[in-house]
Design a protein around this ligand. Structure first.
Ligand code: EPZ
Length: 434
């Protein structure tokens, strides 16, 4: 396996180009199942998760071809409607094929995703919504067996929690239903707006984009998609925090600042200058690195559904607070186990106390962290360790970096472009003497 080596203590500077959003690409790829034909998706990031999703689609009969960041998909001949455990267990988002397969073929058999490092990740809202549309769902042998013997019927569906992929799954199922479906307390993440635009571009009739109430008037047919994937707001936020944590000044380009309302305000409250244009954000310290030492203020964050502070940027911000000048309270309200990065940050010298869903971070100043061997546990936790390695003095070695490669395209190239000293090495196989 590979590990990532980070030589810390150097301010990042310059520009980094943001890729298409992983969490938009996955539902938009799934949505091509809804109708036969040749689809075009643009600005598609080349990640472990998108490659896994294209393998899943190929199993279902959808061929895909990549030319740069443009991917064409042919969904004319679906061969079956089953997503196996082998694939689903590596990527929970595979559950997104459930809604479109039931809508197009009338049936789908998808492995229950199972839990992951950050939580139980149930799919009860997905199943509740499909049942409301007239789908019978049997849970047996670790699979959801969904089937309908007549056209889907529109209905009103209320989510107890604004679930992102449940909203996406039911959106895709409802576009071909008879009658009207209303999704109440729907999630409002920008990736859902990207899906609404794609589906309406295919001939669907969806109202309420970016609101918590989506109204879908069923249509009989859809045409193939030609759609651009929005920039990855989580990747953009990760690089902004990395630049801030190294006391540097830099710009993320090809992003959408409007998708990062809470993070930008938190960075300003922490003492940074943050300037925006239509598709760039620049962060830095008012008087350069000297001001960083004096000025990095500790601020509290509470993760919430969009447009609140994103849970996918919680770990990264915790690293920034670990080198702040005060005490920060971090409250994780979305997932039950999203502090896996804390133990690793503490190995680097961070002062963090966890009590349930709360973490109290006592900043130790810019020299507060020192490089160490650490282990990645999940996608966003691993990016917080990279940021810690960039800010720390000395060398950090991060193992299990396949987590990172799920969601960050060309991470080494992009960080190197910002002036970081990072590279990958093969892990030495430890041969235990008997
Ligand atoms: C999406 O996951 C994202 N993944 C996650 O990003 C992100 O952290 C999450 O939304 C929250 O923003 C993709 O879009 C592929 P949820 P999702 O359903 O849809 C509970 C990353 O790092 N819930 O919005 O699975 C759930 O347990 C990943 O890119 C149910 O109880 O999250 C959680 O507590 C990690 N029953 C809350 O809702 C359900 O049926 C929100 O989860 C569904 C969810």
């Amino acid at each position: 396996m590979e590990k990532l080596i980070v030589e810390g203590g150097r301010p990042l500077s310059g520009e980094v180009r943001i890729s298409g959003a992983k969490n938009a690409a996955l539902p938009l790829i799934a949505a091509t199942l809804l109708t036969a034909g040749k689809h075009t998706l643009r600005n598609v990031p080349d990640l472990r998760d998108t490659r896994t999703f294209f393998r899943l689609m190929a199993e279902l009969g959808v061929t895909s071809e990549r030319k740069g960041d443009v991917v064409t998909l042919d969904s004319t001949n679906l061969v079956h409607a089953e997503a196996s455990y082998d694939l689903v267990k590596t990527m929970r988002a595979s559950v997104l094929v459930l809604g479109p397969l039931v809508a197009r073929l009338g049936r789908a058999k998808v492995s229950l995703p199972g839990g992951c490092a950050i939580g139980a990740r149930p799919i009860n809202f997905h199943i509740m919504g499909l049942k409301a549309l007239g789908v019978s769902c049997k849970l047996e042998n670790g699979y959801v067996d969904a089937e309908r013997d007549s056209p889907l019927q529109g209905n009103v569906i209320y989510f107890d929690i604004p679930s992102v992929t449940a909203t996406e799954n039911l959106l895709m199922a409802a576009v071909l239903a008879e009658g009207t479906t209303v999704l109440k307390n729907a999630a409002r993440e920008p990736e859902i707006g990207n899906l609404v635009d794609m589906l309406n571009g295919m001939g669907a009739d969806i109202e309420g984009k970016e609101s918590d109430k989506l109204t879908i008037h069923g249509v009989k047919t859809l045409r193939p998609a030609d759609c651009e994937i929005i920039p990855d707001r989580i990747e953009a936020g990760t690089y902004l925090i990395a630049i801030a944590a190294t006391g540097g000044s830099g710009t993320v380009t090809h992003c959408n600042p409007a998708h990062l309302p809470s993070l930008l305000e938190k960075l300003r409250a922490a003492g940074l200058t943050v300037t925006e244009t239509e598709d760039t954000v620049t962060v830095g310290w008012p008087e350069g690195i000297n001001s960083f030492t004096k000025r990095l203020q500790s601020v509290d964050i509470k993760t919430m559904p969009y447009p609140g502070y994103p849970t996918d940027l919680q770990a990264q911000f915790m690293t920034l607070m670990a080198i702040g000048s005060g005490v920060s309270m971090i409250n994780e309200t979305i997932f039950e186990n999203r502090f896996m990065h804390v133990a690793e940050l503490k190995r680097m010298g961070a002062d963090i106390k966890v009590d349930g869903h709360n973490a109290v971070v006592t900043g130790k100043g810019i020299q507060g962290l020192s490089g160490a061997p650490v282990m990645a546990t999940d996608l966003r936790a691993s990016s917080s360790l990279v940021i810690a390695g960039l800010a720390a003095s000395g060398r950090t070695e991060i193992t299990r970096i396949y987590h990172l490669e799920r969601g960050y395209e060309d991470l080494v190239g992009k960080l190197t472009g910002l002036g970081a000293t990072v590279w990958k090495e093969q892990e030495q196989e430890v041969v235990r003497k008997s």
